[in-house]
Design a binder for this molecule. Structure first.
Ligand code: COA
Length: 162
């Protein structure tokens, strides 16, 4: 039976920190779905379709990665798709506190015994977040070490549109 895992997030945009988790998780499972979570309350920097497209472009070298998006409860999406694991990245203790609460809540909602699996971030990526990348880019700083060159180009284009 195929062992499928999920890595979900807002990915606005997907950073090298996310990519590091994706590469490692994809090596652990038969397939890894990277899913953009649609939050109707939040206007993103990139649209959901753009985030999906960027995620597909920067993970194109990993054959067992699929890209998707969903709205609503993560546990519903997990139960409908039969994921064996939901992978999360941990950067620091603040992440741990949030992740611990979400994992415990989700454990009550999963119907197929899905496990939450935590991967420690690569130390080179522990300070990266999507919003810090966006902020530095908007103020003209160098973000080349933090995101894929394709994503950097898409951010520059988006900033020019504004
Ligand atoms: N490397 C770099 N950055 C990372 C990272 C990593 N490994 N892991 C997380 N981040 C950053 C993200 O870039 C994001 O940065 P930002 O705040 O600057 O945009 C921030 O950490 C939050 O990560 P993200 O994955 O976008 O969202 P989240 O971790 O807060 O939420 C969801 C995770 C989307 C899966 C969760 O909110 C969810 O399940 N939503 C669906 C609704 C639901 O089921 N709610 C009940 C949950 S119990």
């Amino acid at each position: 039976m195929e062992r499928k895992a999920l890595f979900a997030g807002s990915f606005d945009p997907l950073t090298n920190g996310h990519l590091n988790i994706i590469e490692r998780a994809a090596a652990m499972y038969d397939s890894l779905t990277v899913a953009v979570v649609v939050n109707p309350q939040k206007t993103g920097f990139f649209t959901v379709d753009e985030r999906v497209e960027i995620a597909g472009e920067v993970t194109g070298h990993i054959p067992n990665v699929r890209i998707d998006s969903f709205s609503g409860l993560l546990a519903d999406y997990v139960n409908e798709n039969g994921f064996a694991a939901v992978v999360r990245g941990l950067r620091d203790t603040a992440d741990f506190l949030n992740e611990f609460q979400m994992a415990q809540m989700n454990a009550l909602l999963y119907t197929e015994g899905t496990e939450t699996v935590f991967l420690m971030t690569d130390p080179k990526c522990s300070f990266i977040s999507s919003s810090i990348v966006r902020e530095v880019a908007a103020l003209g700083g160098d973000i080349s070490g933090l995101i894929h060159p394709y994503t950097a180009a898409r951010i520059r284009d988006k900033l020019k549109e504004r």
